[in-house]
Design a binder for this molecule. Structure first.
Ligand code: TTP
Ligand code: MN
Ligand code: MN
Ligand code: MN
Length: 352
């Protein structure tokens, strides 16, 4: 009788919020392929298919070692026929023809470039593609009307595409932290998003701001933005002498999403970075912290778990018990997991 470890099937729980998933990924080739198909589905407005691929990728990310044989996947959750075909193709041929042809398709390439512009979503990109616009030059030449966010996004396209390093994130944290302290001395600021999960780079920097006294956070965001703007313009001449990095300008878009520019003292170059600023009242802080730490799939799965398994509605503001008809308070992430009947998963293990 043989006990071949190669065919011992893996086993993982069904919801990503029940699994511990660090940044260590033993199946990057497979998860990159599934993530690309997810991205293509999302860009084509097929969210259902997108989520299915994201869930399949998340299951593979959670495995303790590399998949080498399809039989190891028997009984795993969230692996639909389509995802299994892609995995099989890669295990047998090294690549998936569907993934390769998607990657090379003109439509996918155009959607990626156009939605890579800050402020441009898949619907706008799709409309432009139907009008024959496939790249940035064609967009510039087309005379399309762009809103303020899109104009900034187009202008800073290359900077925004370039990943933000942890060092840059910490430098920006220092500046935003000083700005917050100036407009509201007791306010607190936390780095959320991917950097809180232990990532060393990100596509943006996410901050959550709160005030220990309920209500004192009201009006903080506009004050913060105007402080940054005024401060920066008066120091403009001395900018390179003052600090390692400094904001040149910062404007709130869609009330909480911002784009900021600063000078990198080492390279003496302007650099634009996306910054997401969120202000939360202290009573909602734990929910906002949990909701803005991610990953996106982890968040989605938490809400699915809450709804389907617990009859509750979770958002980045509150937890509501649908049966009892009442809100459930929590002052820490640990309490929220406990209310949801889940084992606490620390941020660095939420990389689903
Ligand atoms: P992102 O900044 O998009 O992702 P990230 O920080 O995980 O990855 P990256 O390093 O590439 O920046 O989102 C951070 C979290 O914020 C993520 O869990 C989703 C969440 N979020 C929104 O993006 N929009 C919302 O409206 C809410 C409530 C949460
Ligand atoms: Mn982020
Ligand atoms: Mn963000
Ligand atoms: Mn909201």
């Amino acid at each position: 009788l043989m006990n071949d470890s190669e065919v011992t099937p893996f086993s993982v729980p069904g919801y990503a919020c029940q699994r511990r998933c660090t940044l260590e990924n033993h199946n990057a080739v497979l998860t990159d392929a599934l993530s690309l198909l997810a991205e293509n589905a999302e860009l084509s407005d097929e969210d259902g298919r997108g989520v299915a691929f994201r869930r399949a990728a998340a299951v593979l990310k959670a495995l303790p070692s590399a998949v080498t044989n399809m039989s190891q996947l028997t009984g795993l959750p969230c692996l639909g026929g389509h995802s299994l075909r892609v995995i099989k193709d890669i295990l047998e041929n090294g690549t998936s023809s569907e993934v390769e042809s998607t990657k090379e398709s003109e439509r996918f390439k155009a959607l990626k470039v156009l939605t890579g512009i800050f402020g441009v979503g898949s619907k706008t990109a799709d409309r432009w593609i139907r009008e024959g616009i496939h790249n940035l030059q064609q967009l510039r030449d087309s005379g399309q009307t762009l809103n303020r966010a899109q104009q900034a996004g187009l202008e800073h396209y290359d900077d925004i595409k370039q990943p933000v390093s942890l060092a840059e994130a910490e430098a920006i944290r220092g500046i935003v932290g000083r700005a917050v302290a100036s407009v509201s001395p007791e306010a607190q600021i936390v780095l959320t998003g991917g950097f809180r999960r232990g990532k060393l780079t990100g596509h943006d920097v996410d901050f959550l701001i709160t005030h220990p006294e309920e209500g004192s956070e009201v009006g903080l965001m506009p004050k913060l933005v105007s402080w940054l703007e005024s401060r920066v313009s008066c120091h403009l001449q001395n900018v390179l002498l003052i600090c390692d990095v400094i904001f040149l300008l910062m404007f709130a878009l869609f009330c909480r999403f911002s784009l900021c520019c600063f000078i990198d003292k080492q390279t003496r170059r302007w650099r634009a970075v996306r910054v997401d600023l969120v202000v939360s009242p202290i009573s909602q802080f734990a929910f906002a912290l949990l909701g803005w730490t991610g990953s996106k799939l982890f968040e989605r799965e938490l809400r699915r778990w809450a709804g389907h398994e617990k009859g509750m509605s979770l958002s980045s503001h509150a937890l509501y018990d649908n049966k009892q008809g009442r809100y459930i308070r929590a002052s820490s992430e640990e309490e929220i997991f406990a209310h949801l009947g889940l084992e606490f998963i620390p941020p660095n293990e939420r990389n689903a």
